[in-house]
Design a protein around this ligand. Sequence first.
Ligand SMILES: [Zn+2]
Ligand SMILES: [Zn+2]
Length: 120
Amino acid sequence: MIQIKEKSNMKWTTDKVATRQCTRCNKIKPLSSFDSDETKRSGFVGRCRKCDHEQREYTEKRNTHRQSDCLKKKGYHTREEAVTVAAKAITRSNSTLLRVYHCPHCGSWHLTKQQMIGHR
Ligand SMILES: [Zn+2]
Ligand SMILES: [Zn+2]
């Protein structure tokens, strides 16, 4: 089924336009709207350029969001530094356990609160 609005009153006999259905927006678009991908059997990526762009922006936004989340937390350069701060914080309040973890997003060490369960 090939239907493109602006070409609906044209005959399809002469100019055959190779089309493809986008896996994301499900619109049928000419192959020029798709990036080629040699690893795919069809030779083209499943998403049209527009969707690919939107998807990329979405992922970038999510990454930026994660990073800003990192900025809110204090990052320590070394594990020792983070552990020292965590140890001090733990002695101040014995209801909270601080866990030290290495952040893959900003490459520094963060502290995360871990509420002790069933310990009163
Ligand atoms: Zn699309
Ligand atoms: Zn981080």
